[in-house]
Ligand binder design. Structure first.
Ligand code: ACK
Length: 610
């Protein structure tokens, strides 16, 4: 899980106790001087090092199973930052309150821990190999799916490790360890007959020792009730560094003879989600496979499993055929209407490509429409043609036949506002955070390309499934010139005023920063499960409300962190408003921090801490 302390200036990463003391000495040793470092014993935990009366005090902070953080015997906090803030106000059992952070000297980055690099590498490799992604698409997949992939890895990663021998007997383990040389620390891990129970077999002094690895109620692994770990591979990595009660530490693995090739570095686990299998499974709009290859409800479909994660033109052979204008013969327009607007209607269809047929949504311009409308649709098509991102509805092309038709990727889950209002009680709030994070990824991409959307709203966020959102409707969008930071509309139009930033309404000035404002309103719609913003107000009344410094209230189920972000998006002056790069980082940090908790655990948290 990405490190929630990584951004703190007083976080030093994986440094030793004596290094921490050195830094505190250099910092002056005054009472309440403190720093934070990673804890090696407790995965995901920290140590708070504090000086008081010219002495050092080190307090381990444990990451609890519900995703919160606490010093033994102390109150739980949602993150290490919040914990430090709490102890700065109240010593609550520490030697003294935290008074001054001992910040890292300029240029000194937090020291990465052994697990950080392994974990990041594994997530990256898993995504790269499972979905065969590269470059930007790989990066996007890592950003949006790290928590999900980590969960998959946590349960299956050990299966691909050379030291994992599957279900073999104690006698077989001994025979494998005694064959060849028998250096101290030679080991293997095997599964025992009882479900969820494993054994570690280790050579020391030419003798094989067996240790039982059990799982506690929360699913954490430990060797004979020693240090607890989320995953078996983390346990093994830790025991390579410290014996932690074993007769010797783990050194050399006995490669499993049944494994086809030896994997020297952490490799993606053997998982039934092999690329070909995953891509072919049919799915429901809730994002779960009906019978996910024997994985039950655990087998959530990730965005990368869907056929619209990558552009249909990511295949070079299809790319060769790519043209803005599509042949009518290759397009099947079905009767099913997905929706309608002033322009005409949106119908379901199929587009026949060279190698495959893809589901499409076809925006059909009403016949008898004026030239201006046709021009608008062509502008929208040309603009969309330049965009390629997993969180933006892609345009496949336009087709000029019985009507002018804009052919787009199909997002069959419908719009975000309708979905959320119809599924209020079924969609947990972290699912909303996940979807809004994806919207932020799409908007950050637009910002980087200097495109302004101008109509970001929950109605224009479409769902591929419950866990996969895409931004749509580029009818009002503009591509800015390289040196322009805003678009100045010549006249006002039929504008979605409730989504518009003050500078749009007052000065007709549109920029990525005004899209950030709209993102805040979209967040509000999402966290209020599809409610209409500024309900009782008329569009023009909203600007007076805003000028008075007022803002919409926090929706009932909305986490305070998300309301804080909305309020930042509603910073009156655009110069002071965060950009999408910042917004995406903020929502990502929050999303990762809550993704660590399961839904049950969140419920538990509400019970315990509310
Ligand atoms: O909210 P909806 O169900 O989703 O109704 C509107 C309607 O067409 C008019 O815009 C639907 N729609 C638009 N683009 C797409 C698309 N790419 N995939 C699926 N539905 C779409 C939209």
């Amino acid at each position: 899980m990405p490190n929630p302390a990584a951004h703190l200036p007083f976080y030093y990463g994986s440094i030793s106790r004596s290094d921490a003391e050195e830094h505190l000495k250099l910092g002056g040793m005054m009472d309440g001087l403190f720093l934070l470092r990673q804890c090696l014993r407790n995965l995901g935990g920290y140590v708070l090092s504090v000086t008081h009366n010219l002495r050092f005090h080190h307090y381990p902070i444990e990451r609890l199973m519900n995703g919160t953080f606490a010093i033994a015997g102390g109150k739980a906090h949602c993150g290490p930052e919040e914990l430090c803030e709490f102890y700065s106000k109240d010593a609550d059992g520490l030697c003294c309150p935290l008074k001054r952070p001992c910040n890292r000297p300029g240029g000194l980055e937090p020291q990465p821990g052994i697990f950080d690099s392994i974990r990041e590498n594994m997530v990256r490799e898993y995504i790269r190999q499972t979905w065969q992604l590269e470059g930007d698409t790989l990066k996007q997949a890592i950003i949006s799916q790290a928590p999900q992939v980590e969960k998959l890895l946590a349960t299956t990663a050990h299966e691909k490790m050379p030291w994992y021998h599957g279900s073999i007997t104690r006698a077989q383990a001994e025979s494998r360890l005694y064959s060849g040389s028998q250096p101290d620390g030679k080991f293997l891990l095997r599964e025992k007959k009882e479900k969820g129970s494993y054994a570690l077999s280790l050579v020391y002094g030419k003798t094989v020792y067996h240790y039982r690895i059990g799982q506690d109620k929360a699913g954490k692994y430990s060797v004979e009730d020693g240090t607890k770990f989320d995953t078996l591979w983390q346990l093994v990595e830790y025991l390579k560094l410290k014996p932690d009660g074993l007769i010797y530490y783990l050194r050399e693995s006995t490669p499993n003879p049944d494994m086809p090739t030896e994997t020297a570095t952490p490799a993606p686990p053997a998982h039934p989600s092999a690329f070909a299998q995953r891509r072919l499974v049919s799915q429901n709009s809730d994002g779960y496979t009906p019978d996910p290859i024997g994985r039950g409800k655990k087998g959530r479909i990730l965005p990368m499993d869907t056929s619209c994660y990558e552009s249909p033109y990511s295949d070079p052979e299809e790319l060769k055929e790519k043209k803005l204008f599509l042949k009518r013969n290759n397009l099947i327009v079905e009767d099913m209407e997905l929706g309608a607007g002033n322009f005409g209607s949106v119908r379901k269809g199929v587009y026949k490509m060279k190698k495959k047929h893809i589901d499409v949504a076809i925006k059909i311009l009403k016949s008898g429409n004026e030239k201006a409308e046709r021009d608008d649709m062509m502008k929208e098509a040309q603009l969309m043609h330049q965009l390629d991102n997993p969180h933006i509805v892609r345009m496949i092309g336009v087709c000029e036949a019985e009507a002018l038709m804009l052919v787009m990727e199909m997002a069959s889950g419908g719009s975000l506002n309708k979905f959320l209002s119809s599924k209020k009680d079924e969609v947990p709030v972290n699912n909303v955070v996940e979807l809004m994070h994806q919207v932020a990824i799409g908007m950050k991409y637009l910002e980087e390309k200097n495109f302004v959307h101008r109509d970001l709203a929950a109605r224009n966020v479409l769902l591929v499934n419950q866990h996969y959102a895409k931004i749509s409707d580029f009818g009002l969008s503009k591509a800015l010139a390289a040196d322009d930071s805003y678009y100045l509309a010549k006249t006002t139009g039929k504008w979605p005023l409730k989504w518009y930033a003050p500078e749009c309404i007052l000065f007709r000035k549109f920029s990525s920063k005004s899209d950030v404002w709209s993102y805040g309103v979209t967040m509000w719609e999402a966290f209020s499960y599809g409610q209409k913003p500024y309900k009782k107000m008329k569009g023009p009344e909203v600007i007076t409300f805003l000028e008075e410094g007022k803002r919409m209230d926090c929706p009932p189920k909305c986490p305070p962190e998300m309301y804080k972000l909305m309020q930042q998006c509603w910073t009156f002056k655009w110069e002071d408003r965060p950009d999408f790069s910042t917004v995406e980082t903020l929502i990502r940090t929050y999303y990762y921090s809550i993704a660590a908790r399961t839904e049950e655990r969140q419920e538990e948290k509400v019970k315990n801490y509310s």
